[in-house]
Design a protein around this ligand. Structure first.
Ligand code: NAP
Length: 479
């Protein structure tokens, strides 16, 4: 903690907020304050904007290979410092150290992936159909970007945006979530060490997100918004971006269905459920939110899932052997408690968990609910906690209709041993991603994103860099 930066990172320099404001960063496992960091206001935002705008032209002209090598060096530094970064992440966010180490590797991989993509930005050339003109197509960086990230994957949500922005030749301002700013500040220090020129990345930590971001979006000098967070905030930022016609990529909330058919391999289904539900303590946009289980296997599935969930060890993420850390804060835990209470009031049975432990820290136990009534609020709200809600179904058409009956469409999980059914149901689900007999879809080499109100655009994969590039077409007469 002692070496972790706590100031704003603007134009390559570490600065206090112009008005001297600071804000605390808490440890969700103890409720204690870890440290105080700079709390930026609108003046700091303008400074960061100026730095990003000034750096843009020269940065866009740098050789793709140079951008690639900065990312590659940063990838290696991140991996070398896995332990340090994992401890920092666990301290500010709560996830168990083993998961934090996994996130460091996942986060670093976005830099390796986009270091490889930086040198593969292509264009095109050809004769137009009338034969009179040539067409020369080039791809250029979209310009300075505003990147806004949530607290649940403090490092990976940053690298998933910063990686393609650097590869494409964009400058940027990163505004991390106020609960988990330290991982982003550590990342900025690593990129500086890896040779990133001043002003290309600016990090603005703030408790005044609206005051800092709205002028940047409405002002029009930032040409791109890449946002990961809730659908409610995404909608607001889309409206703000409309004024200056800022390009947007939106990675928003989910309400993932997890479907277990009668012909599923229940070992695979329970393993998949543990991953899809319990990764990150259930605080993931990809978390299975609604378990639809065929009535003929529902009891067996519920029993096995409850056994596995009940065997998990809850405690501070730094302690050996802990599987489930605290939730992010008291508000997050209060929401989970209220959703479980509502489901129970409406008739749900608690197979395991469901009781908030005494003592400090924002802990909540792994919980399995069955006989969940269709009116329960947790079926149309992201639970964002370690709670599995099981519903039953009778046939394929019915479960597809119920799975799609939501404004969200990020990811779905399908468990069946029948190939025809697996493909048919996957194709009928209104989602951007499907886990077929697996509970994990996230991978830097795959396009991540949703349909409907889960977002616009994709991150990662071959298409991830496209979000940060524009086409320019040159018409040249054939001589
Ligand atoms: P959130 O409340 O929407 O906040 C996300 C980020 O937006 C934070 O940095 C937040 O800062 C900022 N923000 C909020 N209001 C703002 C405003 N008016 N102007 C500018 N920035 C603003 O979401 P969260 O609770 O941090 O994260 C959980 C959500 O993220 C869930 O819905 C989850 O599904 C979603 N998520 C989606 C993906 C995906 O890839 N689809 C991945 C991870 C998470 P403040 O907290 O200071 O307001």
């Amino acid at each position: 903690m002692t070496d972790t930066p706590t100031q704003l990172f603007i134009g390559g320099a570490w600065l206090d907020a112009a008005d001297g404001a600071t804000m605390p960063v808490d440890d969700p496992a103890t409720g204690e304050i870890l440290c105080h960091i700079a709390d930026a206001g609108p003046k700091d935002a303008r400074l960061a904007e100026e730095a990003a705008v000034q750096a843009q032209e020269e940065w866009a002209r740098t050789a793709p290979r140079a951008r690639s090598e900065i990312l590659r060096r940063a990838y290696e530094i991140i991996l070398d410092r896995t332990d340090e970064l994992a401890h920092l992440m666990t301290a500010e966010m709560g996830k168990p150290l083993a998961e934090a180490r996994g996130e460091v590797a996942y986060a670093a991989e976005f830099f390796r992936w986009f270091s490889e993509e930086a040198v593969r930005i292509d264009g095109g050339a050809g004769i137009l159909p009338d034969g009179r003109n040539r067409m020369l197509l080039s791809r250029r960086p979209v310009g300075p970007c505003l990147l806004i990230t949530p607290w649940n994957f403090p490092l990976a949500m940053g690298t998933r945006k910063i990686g393609p922005a650097i590869a494409a030749g964009c400058t940027m301002i990163l505004k991390p979530a106020p609960q988990t700013p330290l991982s982003s500040l550590a990342l900025a220090a690593i990129l500086k060490e890896a040779g990133l020129p001043d002003g290309v990345l600016n990090v603005v930590t703030t408790s005044r997100a609206g005051e800092v971001c709205e002028p940047l979006l409405r002002g029009g000098r930032m040409r791109k918004l890449s946002f990961t967070g809730s659908t409610a905030v995404g909608r607001l930022l889309l409206a703000q971006s409309a004024e200056a016609v800022v390009r947007t990529s939106m990675e928003l909330g989910g309400n993932a269905p997890f479907i277990v058919f009668e012909d599923a391999d229940l070992d695979k289904a329970v393993d998949g459920a543990m991953l899809a539900k319990m990764r990150n303590m259930g605080e993931a946009c990809t978390a299975a939110n609604r378990f639809f289980v065929h009535h003929s296997v529902a009891e067996e599935f519920g029993r096995r899932l409850a056994e596995r969930m009940g065997g998990l060890v809850v405690g501070p993420g730094t302690r050996d052997g802990v599987d489930v850390g605290p939730l992010i804060d008291r508000t997050g835990r209060g929401k989970v408690e209220a959703l479980v209470a509502d489901a129970v009031e409406r008739g749900a049975r608690v197979l395991v968990g469901g009781r908030t432990p005494e003592g400090p820290g924002c802990f909540y136990p792994p919980t399995v609910l069955t006989d969940v009534s269709p009116e329960s609020r947790l079926l149309d709200t992201e639970i964002f906690g370690p709670v599995a809600a099981i519903l039953t179904f009778d046939d394929e058409d019915e479960v597809v209709r119920r799975a799609n009956d939501t404004p969200w469409g990020l990811v779905g999980y399908v468990f069946t041993e029948g190939l025809d059914r697996a493909l048919r149901v996957s194709e009928r689900l209104e989602v951007g991603m499907v886990g077929l007999n697996t509970g994990l879809v996230s991978n830097p080499a795959a396009p991540f994103g949703g349909v409907k109100q889960s977002g616009l655009g994709r991150e990662g994969g071959r298409v991830g860099i496209d979000e940060f590039l524009e086409y320019q077409y040159l018409a040249v007469p054939v001589g």
